[in-house]
Write a protein that binds this ligand. Structure first.
Ligand SMILES: [Zn+2]
Ligand SMILES: [Zn+2]
Length: 405
């Protein structure tokens, strides 16, 4: 994402009214009285003409902060959730077999991912539920297939797709007057079936706009990167990237977790313009590899996504967001509300963490880890709760060095 801001700062009606009142008060104060007096003339002369007369700030010195002995008056700034993840399970949440438009049977899809270091997959064919029990004849300790399907809909004449994950039955698709109605249908059906809803490739056929995403409230996940060559994850002029759409949703209070997928269709072909496996994945925070554990982590958005960088640990404490990249030759960019870049740091070496200390104005914090070859990893967004004034001093420039433990 190269353009962190996608819209001007939102000014609430109350803020605007306060600004107008302050400007009005200042104008009343600055207006010379009709009574001629040397004091009044001198006072008027030293008040410069404001650049924007109607919105000039009041010329009142700020009051010094009150000092209280009451500990309950202290500012309370903290992350709203904490976690410490050092065990990861690599999975792909979006893949196709020849039961829809893929080129290989489900068992071969399963076999490819198992042979290439993945821990789990969901086979998500178009409007076709794939029950893992059909081709996984006995439970495997080292590999898991979760139930899945790509609920394939049309909304407003364009493609609107959602993945149903951890489901046990098929979900109906359909054609709807708008993308919002399609999304609302998909979420309702998937949740009713006990599944987890993933908003797929919003920019595919430009089917889902950022303003539509509120209609999918109740889904947990949104694709921010797709390896499918027909999906313009980076957007186009006038249409934001998937990652920017994620920030827009987060800024609006929608708690989606961003996922990266390969949307694999072709195991056999080796042409460039086909969706090949292994281009992007998720690393779910999970100590165990079983469906309840993986599905609960997906439900809670406990994962990071990647097209390459690997993390050894992700930890969010009450006041600090830390990541431990395995490859230290990366830029770690901490991002907050509105896509604002909060800090940009580099690890000092292998085994070193990169940390961001919360100050209270972020809204939320997430990390984007960019490797020298352009491959990216994205960690979950965690909201910041603040009941006090922002901290003045935080985030020393030197990253902390601490091996994961
Ligand atoms: Zn799709
Ligand atoms: Zn697909």
């Amino acid at each position: 994402m190269t353009s962190p801001y996608y819209r001007p700062v939102k000014v609430g009606l109350g803020t605007f009214a306060v600004a107008l009142c302050a400007a009005w008060a200042w104008r009343q104060e600055a207006k010379p009285t009709p009574v001629a007096s040397p004091f009044v003339e001198a006072r008027a002369a030293i008040i410069p003409t404001p650049l924007i007369p109607d919105l000039a700030p009041p010329r009142v010195a700020p009051e010094p902060p009150k000092i209280s002995d009451d500990p309950t008056d202290a500012p309370r700034i903290h992350f709203t959730r904490t976690f410490d993840a050092a065990a990861f399970r690599r999975g792909n949440l979006h893949s196709h077999s020849n039961r829809s438009d893929g080129d290989s049977p489900p068992a071969e899809v399963y076999g490819w991912y198992r042979a290439h270091g993945y821990d789990f997959i969901a086979v998500t064919d178009h409007n076709t539920f794939t029950n893992p029990a059909e081709f996984v004849t006995e439970p495997q300790a080292d590999f898991l297939v979760i139930g899945g399907e790509e609920v394939t809909m049309r909304g407003g004449g364009r493609e609107v797709h959602m993945n149903a994950l951890c489901t046990r039955r098929s979900i109906p698709g359909g054609t709807f007057p708008s993308a919002r109605e399609a999304l609302a249908h998909g979420v309702l059906e998937i949740r009713t079936a006990g599944g987890i809803a993933l908003i797929n490739h919003p920019n595919f056929t430009w089917g889902v706009k950022a303003s539509d995403l509120a209609a999918a409230a109740g889904s947990n996940l949104i694709e921010i990167y797709s390896g499918h060559p027909f999906v313009p994850s980076d957007g186009r002029p006038g249409s934001p990237s998937h990652e920017t759409m994620w920030d827009m949703a987060l800024t609006e209070g929608l708690d989606y977790t961003g996922v990266a997928v390969d949307d694999m269709h072709r195991l056999r072909a080796d042409r460039r313009r086909v969706s090949r496996p292994g281009k992007a994945w998720v690393e779910v925070f999970a100590d165990k590899l079983d469906a309840p554990t993986i599905c609960e982590a997906l439900e809670n958005g406990m994962l990071y996504s990647s097209t390459g960088p690997v993390l050894r640990r992700v930890r969010v404490t009450d006041d600090t967001y830390g990541v431990w990249p395995v490859d230290h030759n990366v830029d770690v960019i901490f991002i907050g509300s509105g896509g604002r870049v909060l800090a940009r740091r580099r690890p000092t070496g292998p085994e070193s963490s990169v940390a961001y200390g919360v100050v209270g104005t972020e809204g939320y914090v997430r990390a984007r880890i960019v490797r020298a070859d352009g491959k990216v990893a994205w960690t979950p967004a965690v909201r910041v709760h603040s009941t006090g004034v922002p901290r003045a001093i935080a985030n020393p420039t030197a990253p902390q060095t601490r091996p994961p433990g």
